[in-house]
Design a binder for this molecule. Structure first.
Ligand code: SF4
Length: 698
């Protein structure tokens, strides 16, 4: 394990050093930075939002303020932090390095400290400093930072540019002005004016806009661009490694206890911009429009992935896998690209696993063509993040799939070990706490039927009932009880979940008057302050949003464990396959679980009923069954498994004997307590009393 750690830390430190150490070449310099103090858990919190840990039992007789303090830490126990790279900024770097005549020296720091920024801007003569503002609530910090940079900078004439959604909102609200720097997003009027003057507008898309900025300011900057703003872009994988704790003692402890297993070689790869759907709430659809392919052919995408795999394979401490997250809002559309990538991955014989975003429409098309999803497993698919939003097909992005078909698609994917990350929205305009109504007004349909088909009263009733049943099947509701919707979300039991209130920011809706800048990172996009919902007050929606997140934890368990349980299901269902690509997938599942098993076992302490409120009986029972099965299992027998065994043995040797003994004791106790228990008695999670109108699901 130590070797892997050194490599990971080494790699990370190298990146940091590379960022701060500037070459002695005469090339002009650009610096791209994220905002200091950005919450590193932002990414993970979106699909593993708090609570991801237990709360103390109320019967513990501890003073309330102590309980609250402890609980505020406990809720993140299963939610590891991760400094995910800003892929958009990396894309800008990768492209400008190709675009500028004579070359350019670009330094990028995703998560800098303010001190670090001041040190390097004082020492180096940057022509441009680009600041990415991912969150709207960081606009004031960005404004102050730009001021400090100007004061401190070696180049007093440095050009400062702002990008990302936060920058756009900052400009719309009048907080970021030209005196601070240039926001790379023009209003329709500015676009018109620029076009009249023969200048290039800033569309908000990063690469296009920074190219436009360079062309518009060519004289001042002395940088010559080889391309026009809308020229094709390049995109390469951006490494996104798992990092152990920075603190020396915590790092040592994590190694000794086996909390930080063999690290994963994750990479992010942007493969398209924009989206084929047009959900009314979405900034992506608004900012980037329809889908633009960064790779028009799957073969080229595979080649970019292959380069990274070759680099990994050349390392001595290579873990026999390479993981990618393919940034594409609807990767299954068009299907041909997905099919081709799957074919290339399968034929490569390599252990390549990838996750992506997708929609039900694309999955339905795939299923109709192939009668199942095994082809995706063989082609390396590991996870798919789907904007399910609601039981109701509010945004018309399911290609006509019925509620039943949606449930089946999710179940079938997860049975093969493919992790479904589901996004859900409390606060849709059809949500109510009152009764669900498929049709509020029957009269319109009645009139139509009478006019067109001249039906008598009995026939009319029958026809309306049939219409209601058909709409219900397709998820078309005039009003949907929000608790009925939440019940459906829980029932899907997706490996991970994102619950986000439908917000109305100025970025999406220019008519919104109230600023949203007083929100914390955690609250951004999750809080509904205004009473604009037709059926539920803003305050009540906030309570429901919070409750829904808690129910996910209580009913379905922490995301970190759910993902492991889903992979274990995939392993069990595919382990006897004789297809080599499926065997590779099951081998990956097995070893991914094996290397987390020690940490999972130790974490069982958080299910102690004497100290903590517990998760549902069905979850605890499923977990106990998994622990029991896995303990009795043996590794798959194949070359890939041997490779994994070699790496695992090396890492395993470092874990202390005491930690292993504790893990085994906790496991034995947990299995004995929860395996094969009567779920009727154990399933203690109910929806809150405040939702008495929840109709039973038909
Ligand atoms: S599918 Fe997702 S990315 Fe596409 S418009 Fe809807 S919310 Fe946005």
């Amino acid at each position: 394990m130590v070797a892997s750690w050194t490599r990971t830390i080494g790699k990370s430190r190298q990146t940091s050093k590379d960022s701060a150490r500037f070459s002695n070449t005469e090339k002009p310099k650009i610096l791209l930075i994220g905002i200091p103090e950005a919450d590193p858990s932002y990414w993970t919190m979106n699909i593993a939002q708090a609570p991801q840990g237990p709360t103390l039992r109320r019967s513990l007789f501890l003073p309330d303020f102590i309980c609250q303090k402890i609980n505020s830490h406990l809720k993140y126990i299963y939610n590891p932090k991760k400094n995910a790279p800003y892929v958009g900024m990396h894309l800008i770097k990768q492209n400008l390095e190709n675009d500028i005549k004579g070359g350019i020296d670009i330094s990028l720091i995703d998560y800098p400290t303010e001190k670090e920024i001041m040190r390097i801007t004082k020492k180096n003569f940057f022509k441009i400093i680009g600041i990415g503002i991912g969150c709207e609530n960081k606009v004031y910090e960005a404004k102050k930072l730009a001021k400090k940079i100007r004061r401190n900078s070696k180049n007093k004439e440095v050009s400062i540019v702002f990008g990302n959604y936060g920058a756009t909102t900052g400009k719309k609200l009048g907080i970021l002005t030209e005196a601070d720097g240039t926001v790379l997003k023009d209003s329709p009027e500015e676009i018109e004016a620029k076009e009249k003057q023969g200048k290039y507008p800033y569309t908000g898309e990063g690469v296009q806009s920074i190219r436009a900025f360079l062309l518009n300011n060519q004289g001042k900057l002395g940088l010559e661009l080889k391309v026009k703003p809308d020229a094709p872009m390049v995109s390469y994988p951006v490494p996104d490694p798992d990092l152990p704790p920075d603190n020396f003692f915590l790092r040592w402890l994590a190694i000794k206890m086996g909390f930080f297993g063999t690290p994963k070689d994750m990479n992010k790869l942007a493969v398209s911009l924009g989206c084929m759907n047009k959900c009314s709430f979405c900034n992506t659809a608004k900012n980037f429009g329809n889908k633009t392919f960064l790779y028009t052919k799957a073969q080229e995408m595979y080649q970019a992935m292959k380069k990274q795999i070759d680099a990994n394979e050349a390392r001595k401490d290579y873990v026999p896998e390479t993981l990618f997250f393919l940034m594409d809002e609807n990767f299954m559309r068009p299907l041909a690209n997905t099919e081709e990538l799957c074919r290339l991955v399968e034929e490569s014989g390599k252990n390549i696993r990838w996750g992506t975003f997708g929609d039900i429409r694309g999955l339905l098309e795939y299923k109709k063509k192939y009668q199942g999803f095994r082809g995706l497993v063989r082609g390396g698919m590991l996870s798919i993040w789907i904007g399910l939003e609601s039981k109701a097909d509010v945004f018309k992005k399911r290609g006509g799939a019925s509620i039943d078909e949606v449930e089946t698609i999710i179940r079938e994917l997860q049975e093969l070990g493919i992790l479904v990350f589901g996004s859900f929205i409390p606060g849709l305009s059809i949500h109510t706490e009152k009764e669900t109504r498929v049709l509020i007004n029957e009269d319109e349909i009645k009139m139509k039927l009478i006019k067109e088909e001249k039906l008598n009263e009995t026939q009319l009733r029958k026809a309306i009932d049939a219409e209601v049943a058909a709409r219900k099947e397709k998820g078309q509701y005039d009003l949907l009880n929000i608790w009925e919707d939440i019940q459906w979300w829980l029932k899907l039991n997706t490996a991970a979940n994102q619950v986000m209130m439908l917000t109305d920011t100025r970025l999406v809706n220019p008519l919104t008057k109230e600023p949203v800048l007083d929100l914390s990172d955690e609250e951004f996009g999750h809080t509904f302050r205004r009473d604009t919902h037709p059926n539920i007050s803003g305050k009540r929606l906030e309570e429901i949003d919070k409750e829904a997140r808690s129910l996910f934890y209580q009913k379905n368990g922490p995301v970190a464990l759910r993902t492991v349980l889903t992979m274990w299901d995939g392993y069990k269902n595919l382990k006897d396959s004789d297809n080599p690509a499926e065997v590779r997938a099951t081998t990956y599942y097995y070893w991914l679980i094996k290397r987390s098993f020690q940490a999972i076992s130790l974490s069982l302490v958080f299910f102690s009923e004497t100290i903590f409120e517990n998760c549902s009986g069905s979850f605890l029972n499923r977990l106990a069954q998994f622990l029991d099965d896995f303990e009795k299992s043996t590794p798959p027998k194949n070359d890939l498994s041997d490779e994994y065994q070699r790496v695992f043995n090396k890492d395993e040797r470092v874990v202390s004997k005491t930690a292993k003994w504790c893990a085994a004791r906790l496991r034995t106790h947990f299995i004995g307590k929860h395996l094969h228990k009567d779920l009727g008695e154990m399933d203690l999670v109910y929806l809150p009393d405040s939702s008495p109108t929840v109709p039973n699901e038909a």
